[in-house]
Design a protein around this ligand. Structure first.
Ligand SMILES: NC(=O)c1ccc[n+]([C@@H]2O[C@H](COP(=O)([O-])OP(=O)(O)OC[C@H]3O[C@@H](n4cnc5c(N)ncnc54)[C@H](OP(=O)(O)O)[C@@H]3O)[C@@H](O)[C@H]2O)c1
Length: 308
């Protein structure tokens, strides 16, 4: 099979496209034919060696954790899926070795769920990692409700846009920060847009003079420190990219309960992944550079086996 791998840490220049051994099929796993694999900032960071202190790395590494595809074969112990099923997966493993930038991917059955019927392959591939993170932040951690006024930092981002839609769906009033060019996008997903920068607190107060009851930092870049000025006593705060006193740091975690909920929300029209661009698997290096440069509009950069 064709796939993308790297044999040493580095930037996009270490990625090699070529022939790779097909994955083996274990009893409780399925082999999925990749139709789309979303690129995440984590792929790029781990490839640069960011995980060296907390993760084993077995070279060569096939990067990627986000997958949408068609079940090709099922292991002897698998009764939940059959060949031909359309599925999504967050394939995170504790060892960095076999990811989703490949034509065939072996996935443990508990990491899979059915693909949203109304989603394109690209939209489906963008849902697992970003959706799991957003859901854990907005629903499981902060328990956002219609009584809340929520500030989402990075509302135009892959995670932030899903966090925004989840918070809006709960009935909360949502204020979302983004760059000047993504203000209309933030409005389109139901939030009151503000621009990130040093005067975030002043902009928030125009929409919420009494302050906000919850803050979800989906941006990092130190933006949480400035935003804390609009916290009031009892404001719940979490971040997917930062930490600190009173801040709950949230990480994506494989969880089929949440995947199932995300698929239901996508099918009901309450949650929509934006796809910024599709790249052929062979162009994974160019795609990663596009992600880093943020040279496309808001949304996910997604790899597909070939671009028509
Ligand atoms: N904890 C976890 O499990 C987890 C999971 C996924 C991601 N992450 C991390 O969370 C972050 C966002 O991930 P993502 O996939 O959503 O990335 P993304 O799609 O690139 O989104 C980044 C967001 O940050 C905003 N932003 C960019 N520069 C900024 C600045 N200087 N100040 C404030 N905001 C700024 C962007 O706004 P514009 O696009 O409008 O400029 C955008 O809304 C990354 O650091 C990623 O590594 C963590």
């Amino acid at each position: 099979m064709k796939g993308v791998s790297y044999k040493r840490f580095g930037g996009s220049e270490v990625l090699e496209y070529g022939e790779l051994p097909e994955p083996k099929l274990s009893q409780n796993a399925v082999i999925v034919r990749m139709m789309a694999a979303a690129i995440n900032p984590a792929d790029v960071a781990l490839q640069a060696g960011f995980g060296e202190n907390f993760m084993e790395t077995w070279f060569p590494v096939v990067p990627g954790w986000d997958l949408a595809g068609i079940v090709e074969r099922v292991g002897a112990g698998v009764v939940e899926f059959q060949p031909g099923d359309e599925v999504i997966a967050y394939t995170h493993q504790e060892i960095l070795h076999s990811g989703t930038y490949a034509e065939l991917v072996s996935v443990p059955v508990e990491r899979l769920w059915r693909k949203p019927r109304n989603a394109s392959w690209g939209e489906a591939a963008g849902l697992p990692l970003a959706g799991l993170t957003a859901y854990r932040a907005v629903v499981d951690t902060l328990r956002v409700s219609d009584a809340d006024v929520v500030l989402i930092l990075g509302a135009s981002g892959a995670v932030g846009s899903l966090a925004t839609q989840l918070a809006v769906g709960s009935g909360a009033t949502v204020i979302g920060s983004a760059s000047v060019s993504h203000q209309n996008y933030v409005t389109s997903i139901g939030a009151l847009p503000i621009q990130y920068g040093d005067d975030v607190a002043e902009q928030v107060r125009k929409h919420a003079p009494a302050g906000v009851t919850a803050i979800v930092d989906c941006a990092g870049h130190g933006s949480l420190a400035t935003a804390m000025a609009v916290a009031i006593p009892g404001t719940r705060v979490c971040s997917i990219a930062d930490g600190g006193p009173g801040v709950t740091t949230v990480f994506a975690r494989p969880d089929s309960r949440i995947l199932a909920r995300l698929v239901d929300l996508a099918e009901s029209g309450s949650l929509r992944v934006t796809v910024a661009a599709l790249f052929a698997l062979a162009d994974a290096a160019i795609a990663q550079d596009a992600l880093k440069a943020r040279s496309y509009g808001p949304g996910k950069i997604v790899l597909v086996p070939d671009v028509a």
